[in-house]
Design a protein around this ligand. Structure first.
Ligand code: PEP
Length: 256
């Protein structure tokens, strides 16, 4: 089955409103070069979602939240509801980025509720999973990421799965300059797809996109994108400049 790759830019807590609009405009201007071969998404800080969505215009670059509340509305100071993301022009949201799982202690029970709430509001979900260096060194990589997928997708049925993308992001590779080699990435991606085949069905597993994330740069993108089960990239640092982000998008677009 052919899967259109996706390249997403996670801008984290960087930029200001003006810089975010400029970057979105530059990415939108370059998006035509990969149109139809790769889907592009950017995940700006919540306050800039509106200006970024406007700057992206009808370029096809979609805007997503970096996080979403597990509650639809109410007295939850500081949280952002899925409906508010939609209202700000988003069609997607990240859920379970390692800086929230490991940095803020979000567990699979909470993340499964976030996934459900986002899907109920019509958002696509880009669900992130990944092991720490300690877990890898203890030989627990597969148990960890497969457990995260099972737990975080606990409230997702086969039909919903069409609105979910996965990102495998080894925690030790995020923002460190270290990246999983293509073979290391491929074996985890293949295991994730196989797990989804058992939990759902073979067709859904073949259809779902599994992005790789962790220090992806223009220099290493092509070899990662060449892996059979790597369907694009979630990019942090290199997404803060339009040229490097678009270079990675071009590498994904060229994948065999
Ligand atoms: C990320 O934030 O999801 C990420 C992969 O960051 P970086 O590319 O900087 O490692």
């Amino acid at each position: 089955m052919t899967r259109i790759p996706m390249v997403g830019g996670n801008w984290k807590m960087h930029l200001d409103g003006r810089a975010a609009a400029t970057l979105a405009g530059e990415i939108a201007a370059g998006a035509g070069g990969v149109e139809g071969s790769v889907d592009l998404a950017v995940f700006p800080p919540h306050p800039y979602l509106g200006v970024v969505s406007a700057a992206a215009g009808d370029s096809g670059v979609v805007t997503g939240g970096q996080d979403v509340s597990d509650e639809p509305s109410g007295a939850f100071t500081g949280q952002v509801a899925a409906s508010m993301l939609v209202d700000s022009g988003c069609t997607m949201t990240l859920v379970g980025h390692s800086e929230r799982r490991h940095g803020l202690g979000e567990d699979d029970v909470l993340l499964s509720r976030k996934v459900r709430t986002a899907l109920d509001e019509g958002l696509r979900v880009l669900l992130c999973v990944g092991e720490t260096l300690e877990q890898r060194d203890q030989g627990k990589t597969f148990d960890t990421v497969l457990g995260q997928v099972r737990g975080s997708l606990a409230l997702v049925n086969t039909d919903d799965l069409a609105c979910v993308d996965l990102a495998y992001e080894p925690v030790w590779a995020i923002g460190t300059g270290r990246t999983a080699g293509p073979a290391e990435a491929q074996e985890v991606h293949a295991a994730l797809r196989s797990e989804l085949g058992s939990r759902y069905d073979a067709r859904s597993a073949a259809r779902i996109r599994i992005l790789y994330g962790g220090s992806v740069k223009p220099a290493n993108a092509a070899e990662l994108m060449a892996c059979e089960d790597v369907d694009g990239a979630l990019v942090g640092g290199a997404s803060l400049q339009a040229e490097s982000f678009l270079d990675i998008a071009r590498a994904a677009a060229r994948r065999e």
